[in-house]
Design a protein around this ligand. Structure first.
Ligand code: SF4
Length: 341
């Protein structure tokens, strides 16, 4: 998997008032990319494509350089107190991705250049909560690692959190382009997680992302660089032969991590879920997907804003949870399983 290069770049004029905005403009000009101006990163017009399908594909390789105006951080994740907004959107094409619905008609990738303002806001949240630790999640609305070789804003965030007393940073990725992050002064305060799955799920549902082996190569590098390491197994999906598929996953993980000190390894387990609006969008954008989304085979779970999710029925979910806990227990007895949801 080659590192992401946008086909088209939009820049907000205000972004050029920031040093990072200037640097990115120069960089993309030197790379020979087409650059256009946009008045707002929330209203991008003129993404090429004759129909919605093509426009969606092109949007996923369009990068918008903008200023983040809403500085209030979102708080809705199980793994952190706040989502730190560095970017929105992703170049990947995972069929099940929840960004398909949460980003609606704006699937293009946005990166924000007003990092100092974002860090000031993060500092306020930390000050409010201290002496409690405050955890920030940087991958709620994008796969930030997949973009960071261009912007280095994640690297700056890792170093910002590294010098705080009460801050912790975490993010998850399906990309292995981590080399520029290896010398970041993280001070052990950033947990670097990789998203992993069975061969079946990666092969059928995760186009446009790094392969399993590449992700493991990334994991080995960041662990060697002293980052606390974690894996998110998501979505856990009941395909034919899923028991063998997930057993093999942990076996391959454990083989690949031989000899790497893994004190403090964590796992997070998230079963597959979908909403009705997501199902409609997925069927339109990935019409040939094998992703099973049959409401009859699922349990309905009430959700926020009246949009409920379809998860596995209780017994199946328990079976998934117990099976994966057992595999992790046997291959990684020291690891902590943070949650199953
Ligand atoms: S890599 Fe993550 S954010 Fe990107 S499309 Fe896949 S699931 Fe979505």
């Amino acid at each position: 998997m080659e590192p992401f290069i946008p086909q088209l770049v939009f820049i907000e004029p205000q972004a050029l008032e920031y040093q990072l905005g200037q640097e990115l403009k120069q960089k993309f000009t030197d790379m020979g990319l087409e650059i256009r101006e946009t008045t707002s990163h929330n209203q991008i017009r003129g993404i090429p494509g004759d129909n919605e399908f093509q426009q969606y594909r092109n949007a996923k390789s369009t990068l918008v350089v903008g200023v983040r105006r809403t500085l209030k951080f979102d708080t809705s994740k199980p793994s952190a107190e706040y989502a730190i907004p560095l970017a929105t959107g992703c170049m990947g094409h995972c069929h099940y991705c929840y960004l398909q619905t949460t980003l609606g008609s704006k699937p293009y990738i946005r990166t924000y250049v007003n990092l100092d303002e974002i860090f000031d806001q993060a500092q306020k949240y930390m000050d409010e909560r201290k002496p409690e630790i405050t955890r920030f999640e940087a991958a709620c609305t994008s796969d930030i690692v997949g973009l960071d070789h261009l912007t280095h804003s994640l690297k700056k965030t890792i170093e910002f959190i590294g010098q705080t007393e009460h801050g912790r940073l975490r993010f998850v990725t399906k990309y292995h382009h981590v080399d520029h992050l290896l010398d970041a002064k993280h001070n052990g305060k950033t947990r670097f997680r990789f998203s992993v799955n069975s061969r079946y799920v990666i092969k059928n549902f995760e186009p446009g992302t790094s392969s399993f082996d590449e992700r493991l190569e990334g994991a080995r590098k960041v662990a060697a660089a002293g980052y606390p390491l974690g894996f998110i197994v998501a979505p856990i999906y009941m395909h034919e032969g899923w028991q063998e598929g997930y057993h093999e996953l942990f076996e391959r993980l454990s083989n690949a991590l031989q000899g790497i000190p893994l004190n403090n390894l964590t796992f997070e387990l998230i079963q597959h879920r979908f909403t009705k609006p997501a199902k409609r969008v997925i069927e339109k954008r990935y019409p040939k997907t094998k992703l099973e989304m049959d409401e009859e085979k699922r349990k309905y779970k009430w959700g926020r804003y009246g949009i409920g999710k379809y998860v596995y029925p209780t017994e199946e979910a328990q079976n998934l949870e117990q099976t994966l806990r057992q595999y992790i227990g046997s291959f990684f007895p020291e690891a902590e399983i943070e949650y199953f949801t």
